[in-house]
Design a binder for this molecule. Structure first.
Ligand SMILES: Nc1nc2c(ncn2[C@@H]2O[C@H](COP(=O)(O)OP(=O)(O)OP(=O)(O)O)[C@@H](O)[C@H]2O)c(=O)[nH]1
Ligand SMILES: [Mg+2]
Length: 357
């Protein structure tokens, strides 16, 4: 136990030990490595220690346990040998799979959606973000309770059970519905204030930073507007919007907004709950898409940003491409060649400030 600065007693609990499980169909096998890497980053960001990784290539999931019997046996052995706290599946699992797996394995079962939401819950700072995350979590819980009268049995606390501010999430269906109603009302009030603010900004040129999570949006925001938005090598560090005046060569009234990043299979519940935070994307005059070109699969991630912009109704907004982290790239010629395919593109480094004026 340690004493925090404010003098409150805080428990420092050991990280939860987890196993990552991915099931892919044969066509998606080439994506397995990058998916596992991303799942591992998500698990680490959520504060877990990854003990094992298991994958299975199958045409279709097993009807009872999602993965095959042999894999279940392998996981059981790992649980016995290592004292595992939770198994994280790289997919959105139905309530039925959740229950069957929990009963069979006797440990907590977490899916990708819950994992992402758990990170959002831990990172939410403002009242608006907290409400949006809790709403998304509760709506997801409800979909899992569908068709069953019984409550969700969640083994233990920690990952997957946390709400914003370490509050425990509601598990009772009736109370979930009531809480969703209350949260929706609160969110409505905040949205009215946000709309007022955005009305006042109508005569300004609005530029919004978009991109995959951890691409360097907040880093670029800080450089361009001299701000101090938190920058971290973690997924979803930013969950709120920051808007600042930006200096330009032409003395135009330009404001720049930094916001939440995207990810493959961004849970629909989160996208819906965050529609007000993400309104700065749809309402922008120009978007700057920040791309981390030090990642080998950056083109795939650009495709996911593309799809997310479609679902946000922002695909027709003029876009500038900032190919970031060029300082980490050895084969700069390849990136230069790729960037030529995009009309307005810049090769930059927020670290060395190369390419940024
Ligand atoms: N080497 C290098 N690292 C960078 C560069 N730009 C950003 N980073 C690092 O990348 C990590 C993520 O940067 P952020 O600015 O927080 O990224 P973000 O897109 O705002 O991420 P989220 O808010 O989590 O979605 C941090 O560790 C940064 O220091 C760069 O040009 N070069
Ligand atoms: Mg950020």
């Amino acid at each position: 136990m340690k004493r925090s600065i404010k003098g409150k007693l805080r428990l420092y609990i050991h990280p939860e030990k987890v196993i990552l499980v991915s099931l892919v169909n044969p066509y998606l096998k080439p994506k397995l490595r990058s998916r596992f890497m991303e799942l591992e980053s998500l698990a680490k960001t959520a504060g877990c220690e990854v003990i094992g990784k298991i994958y299975q290539i199958r045409e279709a999931p097993d009807p009872k346990f999602y993965i095959g019997k042999g894999k279940i046996y392998e996981i059981k052995k790992l649980i016995e040998e290592n004292g595992i706290d939770a198994i994280i599946f790289d997919t959105s699992l139905s309530g039925k799979y959740h229950r069957n797996l929990e009963e069979e394995l006797g440990v907590k079962i977490i899916d990708r959606v819950e994992l992402i939401m758990d990170i959002f819950a831990q990172h939410a700072r403002t009242k608006e973000a907290k409400i949006q995350v809790e709403l998304a979590q509760l709506k997801y819980r409800l979909t899992q309770l569908k068709g069953k009268g019984k409550e969700l049995s969640r083994l233990g606390g920690g990952i997957g059970t946390r709400g914003p501010g370490e509050k425990k999430l509601e598990v009772d269906r009736r109370r979930i519905i009531e809480r969703i109603r209350v949260l929706n009302k609160e969110l409505e009030k905040i949205e009215i204030m946000r709309r007022e603010r955005s009305k006042r900004r109508r005569n300004l040129i609005q530029i919004t930073l978009v991109g995959y999570t951890n691409a360097g949006k907040s880093s670029l925001m800080n450089i361009l507007t001299n701000s101090q938005v938190e920058v971290k090598d973690a997924l979803f560090s930013t969950l709120d919007t920051t808007t600042r005046r930006m200096k330009t060569q032409f003395d135009l009234p330009v404001i720049l907004t930094d916001t939440v990043g995207f990810i493959e299979d961004l849970p629909a519940e989160l996208l819906a709950s965050f529609h007000s935070t993400l309104s700065c994307v749809k309402e922008a005059d120009i978007l700057i898409e920040v791309v981390d070109v030090s990642e080998e699969n950056f083109l795939e991630k650009m495709q996911i940003v593309e799809e997310t912009l479609v679902s946000l109704d922002a695909i027709n907004i003029p876009r500038i491409f900032a190919f970031n982290k060029i300082d980490l790239v050895l084969d700069k010629n390849y990136i230069k060649m790729v960037s030529k395919r995009f009309e307005d593109s810049f090769l930059i480094s927020c670290k060395t400030q190369e390419g940024i004026e």
